[in-house]
Design a protein. Structure first.
Length: 229
C-alpha cells in the first residue's frame, strides 16, 4: 500500500455484514426486484469498469473523478456482467480455482510456457526483458523465453505501466519464478478475451439494454465461474 490508496472491504468484521449503505442496498433491491449478493454487485461493477466501451466513453471524466456506475435495466445482462466480473476478480487475485476455470478456456493452452533456446544454456536469471513480436516470445535473458506472448499481451497496461515489462524490470538480476510469470501471462490473455466479451455486451452503452446479446448472455449464465475467495 502507498499513499493515496483506498481500501473498501466488501464486508464488515466481525459480523460479516455487507459494506453497502442502506440507500444503495435499497436501490439495488428495488431496481431489480431481487436482492443480489454483495459479490454479485461487486462483480457487475468490476466488469463495467473493465468494459473497453466504458473506459473509452468516460476516459476524460475518469482522469478527474471517481467512476459513475451505470446500472442496466436488464436483469440477465446484470447477471452476465456480474459473472464476468467475478471471473476477472478471481483471475486478478490469482485464486487457483479461478485460474483453472479460466485457463481451460484459452484457445492456446501453451501460452506463457517457458523454454530455453539451448538445453545446455539454462539461465534462470532475469536480465533485460525483450519481446520478439514475430515469434511471440518474451525473453528474460539471451537464452530463456516465454512463448505465445502476443504484442497485445505484452503491451497490456495497468495504471500506465506495461504489466510484464514492469514486473520483469522490478525483478532484474533475480532468479525468475517461472510459474508465476506464466500465470501473469495467462491472466493477461484471459483478461483480454473477457474484455472483448464485455465490449460486445456493452456495445450500446450507456443504455445497456442487452438486446443484441441474448444468446451470449445465456451461455455465460449457464457456465458460472467459481467464487474468487
Amino acid at each position: 500500500m502507498e499513499g493515496g490508496d483506498y481500501v473498501n472491504p466488501l464486508y464488515h468484521n466481525p459480523n460479516y455484514t455487507e459494506n453497502f449503505t442502506p440507500e444503495f442496498r435499497s436501490f439495488i433491491d428495488k431496481h431489480y426486484s431481487h436482492s443480489f449478493e454483495p459479490l454479485e454487485v461487486l462483480g457487475y461493477i468490476y466488469a463495467l469498469l473493465y468494459s473497453p466501451n466504458y473506459r473509452k466513453r468516460y476516459e476524460e471524466f475518469l482522469k478527474a473523478d471517481y467512476p459513475k456506475i451505470l446500472f442496466t435495466e436488464n436483469k440477465d445482462l446484470f447477471r452476465a456482467l456480474s459473472l464476468l466480473g467475478i471471473e476477472l476478480i478471481g483471475l486478478h487475485v490469482l485464486n487457483q480455482e479461478s485460474l483453472n476455470y479460466s485457463f481451460k478456456k484459452l484457445k492456446d493452452t501453451t501460452i506463457g510456457e517457458s523454454y530455453y533456446k539451448e538445453a545446455h544454456d539454462r539461465n534462470p536469471t532475469i536480465k533485460k526483458p525483450l519481446h520478439n513480436e514475430p515469434e511471440q516470445r518474451l525473453y528474460i535473458n539471451h537464452s530463456t523465453y516465454f512463448r505465445g506472448v502476443s504484442q497485445e499481451i505484452y503491451d497490456y497496461r495497468i495504471g500506465g505501466y506495461g504489466v510484464l515489462d514492469k514486473y520483469l524490470k522490478s525483478h532484474k538480476n533475480e532468479p525468475c519464478d517461472f510459474d508465476h510469470v506464466t500465470r501473469i501471462i495467462k491472466v493477461i490473455a484471459c483478461t483480454i478475451e473477457i474484455q472483448k466479451t464485455l465490449g460486445f455486451l456493452t456495445s450500446d452503452l450507456p443504455h445497456l439494454k442487452g438486446n443484441v446479446s441474448e444468446a451470449l448472455m445465456q451461455e455465460i449464465l449457464q457456465n458460472p465461474p467459481p467464487p474468487p475467495i
